[in-house]
Design a protein around this ligand. Sequence first.
Ligand code: TEU
Length: 544
Amino acid sequence: HPDPHWWESAIVYQIYPWSFQDSNGDGAGDLPGIISRLDYLNGTSDSLGVDAIWLSPIYPSPMDDFGYDVMDYCAIDPRFGTLADFDRLISEAHRRGIRIVMDLVLNHTSDQHPWFVESRSSRTSPKRDWYYWAAGKTGHRPPNNWAARFGGSAWTRDPHTGQYYLHSFLSQQPDLNWTNPAVRDAIFDVVRFWLDRGVDGFRLDAINWLGKDTNWPDNPRRLAWRSYYRQVHLYDRDQPQTHAALRALRAALKDRTDILLVGEASSDTPGGPAAFYGTGSDELHEVFDFRLLRSSWDLNAFRRLIYESDRAVPHGGWPPVVFSNHDQSRHIDRYGKNGDPVRRARAAALLLFTLRGTPFLYYGEELGLRDGTLRRSDLRDPYTIRYWPWKAGRDPARTPMPWDDSPQAGFTTDKPWLPLSPDWPQTNVAWEQKHRGSMLSLYKQLIRLKRTSRALTSGIYQPVEVEGRECLAYQRVFQSEGQTEAMLIALNFSAREQTFSLLETVSIPTRTGTLILSTHPRRGEETWTADRFRLGPDEGIIVR
Ligand code: TEU
């Protein structure tokens, strides 16, 4: 039963398959494990209540980048299960009202993918131009100065043919040549393969990398800090060919208005990630905007970035809201710096479910799970290892989901592939389900509220001016047939209790109302007035 644009009222939950639930005791998560935990996500009165799962890659892979290096786009890695397990996941999820969004890694494959194996076999291989090959400069120097995202040159010389291949990430992740129509056709076959199995959408990995300037000009460098230069990715990201490829993909899906295309574009161009909405109806439905995620917990930055990213989405597109994913420290640790992490994470939860857009939760954030404290010998991700200990890296945010206080937190019976985060004895599903003041209880409350409020799902976003500094306020307003539903959100960005009042610079349907939710456990239904209201440290409230 097609439900066009289902994502505009949905809540999406990202599962990192390595870390959600192990079913066979090998210390790593798998599909049968995920199936066994679906009731936690939706389908019972006690479930979290999410509408879709975004699954990070589960395809066969040598796991150099933990699945973002794909060897076969149309199969399941045996570590995670089989295609039969996947089909069962789809039907069991759908039965509970959960949709499945697959991760599609289109910029590159693994160097073990048969396409690349064939491509590198000789200069005249029929698949040679499925990837980018170029001659080096004299003296075994790469064709240009492009830097790989994970360090070093973006070019690696293949001794077998003496040419260089391009890889924007690890050298084990050669970039596909999207100027070649055969590549595009092969990928569209992959899309059809998963659509036939019943998936509901795709998260498009690193999508702004797709097109390249194949004249291979050097990227300019800009002085970033003292004598440290940073490369400006002028010619290897955000190229016009990327838009052409996305338009073709969207056109191929024109009869499927129920298939979500959400793209990851950590783009630094002036148009920013929003450029990948195209006109609003010819490229992606949703594009992650990581500016808020990269910001520190700062009122002025949040006010500006929320406004800008909301305004940037063209008519027809829909914004995702995201604070955490598998690529950086969890936001409880990032936003919690120089403050109270739990109170701030509760305030962030309020934003996640009340800003305009589809909330994307990263597994464990609903528990307030903290980053793992890992030793050098625990690390698995090559990017984390390369910059250890100067950068926190990605492994700390990928630790196993803590389900209960049994050994290994109910995640596995063996040694987990990454150690549990140290807070798991209190921060786990079983404990939090029993405590009304827990992060999990707050997430459930917010999800229930969002689902039953037209204002919170479909209403417009309007900033509201506040008298007194350090308070962010906005309203969500939904109007239809003369009826107005409005919700006001106010958030104290300081660690002190303060009294605020709203300025009447815009028409505020919410000058009086009932305070229906607070991120501080003690407050419940009480009357509220815009003229004078008190907020505790880091407290956020919703007023109806
Ligand atoms: O990430 C692309 C990306 O933009 C990264 O540079 C990201 O900003 C970085 O990891 C932050 O530390 C995607 C995936 O999300 C990531 O896990 C993959 O490793 C990468 O693509 C390559 O496929």
